[in-house]
Design a protein around this ligand. Sequence first.
Ligand SMILES: Nc1ncnc2c1ncn2[C@@H]1O[C@H](COP(=O)(O)OP(=O)(O)O)[C@@H](O)[C@H]1O
Ligand SMILES: Nc1ccn([C@@H]2O[C@H](COP(=O)(O)OP(=O)(O)O)[C@@H](O)[C@H]2O)c(=O)n1
Length: 234
Amino acid sequence: MRISVSAKPAVVVAIDGPSGTGKSSTSKAVAARLGLAYLDTGAQYRAITWWMLHHGVDVADPAAVAAAAATPDVVSGTDPQAPTITVDGTDVAAPIRGPEVTGAVSAVSAVPAVRERITELQRSIAAEATAGIVVEGRDIGTTVLPDADLKIFLTASEEVRAARRSGEIGRRGAEGVATTRADLARRDAADSSRAVSPLAQAGDATEVDTSHLTLDQVVDCVVTLVEDRKRPVS
Ligand SMILES: Nc1ncnc2c1ncn2[C@@H]1O[C@H](COP(=O)(O)OP(=O)(O)O)[C@@H](O)[C@H]1O
Ligand SMILES: Nc1ccn([C@@H]2O[C@H](COP(=O)(O)OP(=O)(O)O)[C@@H](O)[C@H]2O)c(=O)n1
């Protein structure tokens, strides 16, 4: 009798949700704890946006963005302890977090040619992650990896999200938080209403409201869900 030993299947975890719900922090920690790779898809959209701005492409003109979409070479490093992002070999980890990119990224990411390019890249990175991967974004569970083993949709109140993001970017006081809250609301509205793969919760995703949970509690919750859902070794 021939006994076939199949490799343990890799686990693919999709974590989606709006800004400030804790996607990046949670995904990195879950991946590190479980020995999985980590992909920040928002960083990829930010990187292509940075490239457009850097090369003088009019980001308000979808045709101009589409015409340039195939040119930049976006490369993501998927170690959750030290994720990296480069465009045409330039490390853009810092500039992609600046206000210019944040203000333009929703317009660029709404262009179908950009989404096609980046979605293809995301699928190939996930396919190559032999140990498994946590992929975070807006459309991972609905569009990029609809067959993910586990889909999580993180939420949190607008108030909490604005306070978290303000703390992160050093905006102080009630006025600072109100400005951040308006920025987040604008970006969420744009991301949720675009025609191609908008920010949306997959029907089979588990929703986790992080408003009143510590990061450790959220990580524990997701790790437990991953452990429960891992496909059995056959
Ligand atoms: N459960 C939590 N409780 C408190 N702060 C959190 C929690 N999750 C994330 N944060 C903080 O909120 C900010 C935004 O988190 P981040 O993971 O970048 O969110 P997202 O990727 O959804 O935009 C960061 O400063 C992070 O440290
Ligand atoms: N899968 C994804 C991930 C991000 N994005 C876009 O990229 C932007 C930046 O994503 P991000 O995850 O870095 O944003 P934050 O939640 O960190 O603020 C979002 O506002 C979306 O416009 C997307 O369209 N699809």
